[in-house]
Design a protein around this ligand. Structure first.
Ligand SMILES: [Zn+2]
Length: 270
């Protein structure tokens, strides 16, 4: 554990470097289509690859621009995962995974409240979240189902090439389970730990590691296949319907103009 003094020095040092003089020549964010300067080039942080906005997005969602899975996106995978689990819950490996997840939650001691969680290291925050889940009476199979759902959704929907995505998405689902999302104080507003940062990666990895005891080589493909028929994919926007009435009107106008022109010619000649 780092001492308080050392933590303060580190904090000041990061702050100083983050606001230090910009790098030269100016560099742009690597996200396709983004023209903003990198954090380093605009003295807004330490990243030499991303702008401030995309760096924040990466911290919160595990990908620089893809938003976290929506509830609607996960529904088919959740259903398929539950069906798979009902068929395999007696399997030795699945029971082992469930027991292991149970042990992980139960061995974290008493949880600290959301206010005190702010000052913890990322790993301690992750463990504190597990303690909260345990105190809220969450079942280990719920956590296993979350891991199965996210891994199957990821295999089918992507995004690819984002190493933290799966862990972050697993934690986001786990940490907001009813009754375990934050701390309620009798005479102050409830507090919820912010859903971002390294601790989400730690928590997701811990859960995935325990769950993997019960996940065979073809389990995820199985769930993914089963979910596939009910996946709603965003359809390309239909082209606006051709407005025939406008065309018709123009043709009529051209026709009457031609007629009038014709009759005018006739009158002029007469
Ligand atoms: Zn950017």
């Amino acid at each position: 554990m780092t001492s308080r003094n050392r933590r303060l020095t580190q904090k000041a040092d990061i702050k100083r470097r983050a606001h230090g003089p910009p790098s030269f020549p100016r560099e742009h964010c690597v996200v396709p289509g983004c023209r903003r300067p990198t954090q380093r080039s605009s003295s807004q942080g330490l990243s030499e690859t991303y702008c401030k906005r995309h760096k924040e997005h990466l911290r919160t969602h595990g990908h620089e621009h893809r938003k976290s899975y929506s509830k609607a996106e996960l529904v088919p995978f959740r259903k398929a995962a539950r069906e798979w689990f009902m068929e395999h819950r007696e399997d030795r490996a699945v029971q082992m995974a469930v027991r292991s997840l149970e042990g992980l939650m139960a061995s974290q001691g008493k949880s600290k409240d959301a206010y005190h969680q702010r000052g913890m290291t990322p790993e301690a925050k992750a463990r504190n979240t597990l303690a909260r889940l345990h105190e809220a009476g969450k079942a280990a199979q719920t956590l296993l189902l979350i891991v199965l759902t996210i891994q199957a959704a990821h295999a089918e929907l992507g995004p690819w090439g984002a190493p933290d995505w799966e862990a972050v998405q697993i934690s986001k689902q786990a940490k907001r389970l009813r009754g375990a999302a934050g701390t309620h104080y009798p005479d102050a507003p409830s507090r919820y730990p912010r859903s971002e940062g390294l601790y989400l990666r730690h928590l997701g990895r811990m859960l995935a590691e325990r769950a993997s005891l019960g996940i065979g080589g073809d389990t995820i493909d199985h769930i993914r296949e089963r979910a596939r028929p009910s996946i709603k994919r965003p359809r390309p926007k239909p082209a606006p319907p051709r407005d025939d009435t406008v065309d018709e009107l123009r043709r009529m106008q051209a026709f009457t103009a031609a007629l009038r022109g014709g009759s005018w010619t006739v009158t002029a000649r007469g």
